[in-house]
Design a protein around this ligand. Structure first.
Ligand code: NAD
Length: 269
C-alpha cells in the first residue's frame, strides 16, 4: 500500500456506489486509504463487485443496502457504519435518478420520486453526517476538517433541461441546499461542496452515448469533445475530500468538458 495516501485512516460513505459515478468515487476514495461504505438500493451483487475490487486493490469496504429517501433506512445505515468503522469523515451523496417526461405529461409520482431520491436523500444523509461531525469535532491525525460532505449535483443545477423538469429542479435545489449547509456549518470546520458532472458515460444516460449518432449529437454540447468517464469524477472527489482542498468551502466544481460554456456560441452565436 502507498504510505502517502491522502485519506488514510478516514471513513467514507458513498451513496449509490454500486454503479457509474458512485462506483468510481468509492474505488478512488478507497485507493487513497479511506474505508468505504458502498451503499446501494438494488442489486447487492453489483455493490459486492465494487467491494471485491476495492479489496483486490488492498483497501477496506463494506456494502449496505438502503433507500436514501427513507429516514429510518438512512439512520440505520449510519448506525451500521458507526458500529463497523466507528465514525464518518467523508460523505459523498451521489444517489440519483431520472424519470423523464414532457412537463404537461409529468405525473406527480414521477416528480415526487425524483425529488425524494435526489434532493431529500441528500438532505437526510447530510444531516446524519453533520450530526456526527458536530458531536465528534476535528481529529487532527486524520484531517484538519471535522468532516467533509460532497454533494453530487449536475450541470443541470444551472442549465435548464426541457423534458427533465423534476431532475433539474432537484439539482437546482441541491445547489442552494449545499451552499446554505456550507455557510451554516463552516464555522464548525465542516466543509461542504458539490461536484457538477457534465455528460459522464454511465447507465443513467445510456441513450445519449449508445449509438454513434447519439454520441455525435452529445459531443456538439461538449467543447472538449469527449464524453466524461466516471474516473474523471473520482479524482475530483478525492481532492475535495482531502486536506489539499481545505480552503474550498461551499462551491460547485463543474467537471464537464466545458458543457457550461454555452457551446452554441462557439461559432459566433
Ligand atoms: P447510475 O444510474 O449509474 O447510478 C445511480 C446510483 O444511484 C445507483 O447506484 C443506484 O443504485 C443509486 N440509487 C438510485 N435510487 C436510489 C435510492 N433510492 N437510494 C439509494 N441509492 C439509489 O447513474 P450515475 O450517472 O452514476 O449517477 C450518479 C449521480 O451523478 C446522480 O446523482 C446523477 O444525477 C449524477 N450525474 C450524472 C451525470 C452523468 O452524465 N452520468 C451527469 C450529472 C450528474
Amino acid at each position: 500500500m502507498d504510505n502517502n495516501q491522502k485519506l488514510k485512516g478516514q471513513s467514507a460513505l458513498v451513496t449509490g456506489a454500486s454503479s457509474g459515478i458512485g462506483k468510481a468515487v468509492a474505488i478512488a476514495l478507497a485507493n487513497e486509504g479511506a474505508r468505504v461504505v458502498v451503499n446501494y438500493s438494488s442489486h447487492p451483487e453489483h455493490a459486492e463487485e465494487v467491494v471485491d475490487e476495492i479489496k483486490a486493490n488492498g483497501g477496506t469496504a463494506m456494502i449496505y443496502g438502503a433507500d436514501v429517501s427513507k429516514e429510518d433506512e438512512v439512520q440505520a445505515m449510519f448506525q451500521a457504519m458507526f458500529k463497523e468503522y466507528g465514525t464518518i469523515d467523508i460523505l459523498v451523496s451521489n444517489s440519483g435518478i431520472q424519470k423523464d417526461s414532457g412537463f404537461a405529461e409529468m405525473s406527480l409520482a414521477d416528480w415526487q420520486k425524483v425529488i425524494d431520491v435526489n434532493l431529500t436523500g441528500q438532505f437526510l444523509c447530510a444531516r446524519e453526517a453533520a450530526r456526527e461531525f458536530l458531536k465528534r469535532g476535528v481529529v487532527p491525525e486524520r484531517s484538519v476538517a471535522a468532516g467533509k460532505i460532497i454533494c453530487m449535483s449536475s450541470v443541470h443545477e444551472v442549465i435548464p433541461w426541457a423534458g427533465h423538469v423534476n431532475y433539474a429542479a432537484s439539482k437546482g435545489g441541491i445547489m442552494l441546499m449545499m451552499k446554505s449547509m456550507a455557510q451554516e456549518l463552516a464555522p464548525h470546520k465542516i466543509r461542504i461542496n458539490s461536484i457538477a458532472p457534465g455528460a459522464i458515460q454511465t447507465p443513467i444516460n445510456k441513450d445519449a452515448w449508445e449509438t454513434q449518432e447519439a454520441l455525435d449529437k452529445l459531443l456538439t454540447l461538449i467543447p472538449y469533445k469527449r464524453i466524461g468517464k466516471p474516473e474523471d469524477i473520482g479524482k475530483v472527489a478525492v481532492w475535495l475530500a482531502s486536506d489539499e482542498s481545505d480552503y474550498v468551502v461551499g462551491t460547485t466544481i463543474f467537471v464537464d468538458g466545458g458543457m457550461t460554456l454555452y457551446p452554441g456560441f462557439a461559432s459566433n452565436g
